[in-house]
Design a protein around this ligand. Structure first.
Ligand code: FAD
Length: 401
């Protein structure tokens, strides 16, 4: 667009910060509003895929991610006690140059925040947005009144916001307890793999290598333990030692990690949500990106990567189109198919690994696992985990290296 736009972004998470930098660098006037008192990331480790890394490269942040993250070559899951492999995805079966990157969320967040502030983005903290209107674009911050006069409002408020439409989507029955721990140097885990152990689909635990926060800080892993949301409180009321015994029974090698857990508060619970907004674009001046548009369980590890793709697509659309309406059309053209595909695939896969069904884990173990070893399943699964189904990078004029 030839004129300079006044843009407000609600949410300084992964998508909101990335978009704010791209739009400011393109000459627009951008303010980002977040409810937090001071900028901080929400959550634990993250797996970056080639999709998200391609956008981080455009932002000038990929070298830092590659230097501090841990390259992951394989997703590897076994059942307990049989030791039957039911998840074995190797990126190299699709393309030899492709990998996932295990990182701490704080690394991505800090890099995105620094880039935004360096670009000249204005970040407004302590700004919980309570209502939003699309025509004319305006919103209200709790206790601070209405903000008007923007050309465009971008909703980047994530999955668990007061602004999320509660009548759309569902809270999934399961979530997980997460913790970032030091990598045990002489420990039993594979530094090149995200490893999981399952009992049916009702118990699942995993370890993901998650790199360092800085060159000086220690190498880490992210530990997770799947748990039903309605059992979180009873888990808290049960002695921690009882849970540790259960966790060690599911994956004996994790015994080495257990001394890090001294209280229940050393693990953070995250409940998963699945929703796809029917109206990513609303009226003449409102658009959604990231989890505000499409949230899903992190089973396929795509959410942050998709938020970055959305940010890139919207920034490109605003730059290349002549008005907002054309830019919105272009944004949807660039992203809608990929979003639909991954929302659908994540919906399909999640209960196979986290759920109470008896049939799905049985089918997984005895049917899907053997089939997944037969060509063309190995390269297809690797492409799926990389976020590449639907060729999103090609659509966006980006390339993975
Ligand atoms: C446990 C867990 C593990 C995950 N692992 C992965 C992974 O390995 N790979 C991957 O790609 N994705 C993963 N995800 C998903 C990923 O974290 C999200 O998809 C991603 O963070 C979405 O980015 P976003 O910018 O849309 O929202 P967020 O990063 O959630 O940011 C939203 C921001 O909006 C702010 N906000 C909310 N409401 C308001 C309001 N009313 N007013 C002002 N500010 C507001 C919040 O404070 C927050 O800062 C995981 C998610 C979870 C929970």
């Amino acid at each position: 667009m030839s004129r300079r736009l006044q843009i407000a972004i609600v949410g300084a998470g992964i998508g909101g910060l990335a978009l704010s930098t791209l739009l400011t660098r393109a000459g627009n006037l951008v303010r980002v509003f977040d409810q937090f008192e001071a900028p901080k990331p929400i959550g634990s480790g993250l797996m970056l895929q080639q999709t998200g890394l391609a956008v981080l490269e455009q932002l000038g942040l990929r070298a830092e991610m590659d230097a501090l993250g841990t390259p992951i070559e394989r997703l590897w899951g076994l059942t307990t006690p049989a030791g039957r492999p039911v998840l074995d995805v190797r990126y190299q079966k699709w393309r030899p140059d492709v990998y996932g990157l295990g990182v701490q969320r704080g690394l991505v967040f800090d890099a995105l925040l620094r880039a935004a502030l360096d670009a000249g983005v204005e970040l407004v903290t302590n700004a919980p947005v309570v209502t939003v209107r699309s025509a004319p674009p305006s919103f209200e911050i709790e206790g601070q009144g209405e903000i008007k006069g923007m050309d465009l409002i971008v909703l980047a408020h994530g999955a668990r916001s007061n602004l999320t439409r509660k009548d759309r989507g569902v809270d999934l029955p399961y979530g997980a307890l997460w913790a970032t721990l030091p990598w045990p140097e002489d420990g039993p885990f594979d530094r090149t793999a995200l490893e999981q152990r399952y009992f049916k689909a009702s118990q699942m635990t995993g370890v993901m290598p998650s790199g360092r926060l800085s060159a000086e800080s220690p190498e880490t892993l992210t530990y997770f333990w799947s748990i039903r949301a309605d059992q979180e409180q009873s888990w808290r009321n049960t002695p921690l030692e009882d849970w540790k015994a259960e966790a060690i029974k599911l994956w004996p090698e994790t015994e080495t990690l257990m001394p890090h857990f001294r209280s229940h508060d050393d693990l953070t619970f995250a409940r998963y949500r699945h929703h796809t907004s029917k109206a990513p674009v609303e009226g003449p001046g409102l658009v959604r990106i990231g989890d505000a548009w499409h949230a899903a369980s992190p089973q396929l590890g795509q959410g942050a990567n998709m938020a970055l793709l959305d940010a890139w697509a919207l920034a490109q659309a605003l730059q290349t189109q002549s008005d907002l309406s054309a830019a919105f059309g272009e944004y949807l053209r660039l992203r809608r198919m990929h979003v639909r595909l991954y929302q659908w695939m994540t919906w399909l896969f999640t209960p196979v690994y986290q759920g109470d069904s008896r049939i799905l884990p049985w089918l997984r173990d005895w049917l899907a696992a053997p089939i997944s070893k037969i060509w063309p399943a190995p390269p297809l699964l690797a492409a799926m985990v990389s976020g590449a189904i639907g060729a999103p990078l090609k659509r966006l004029g980006l390339s993975s290296r």
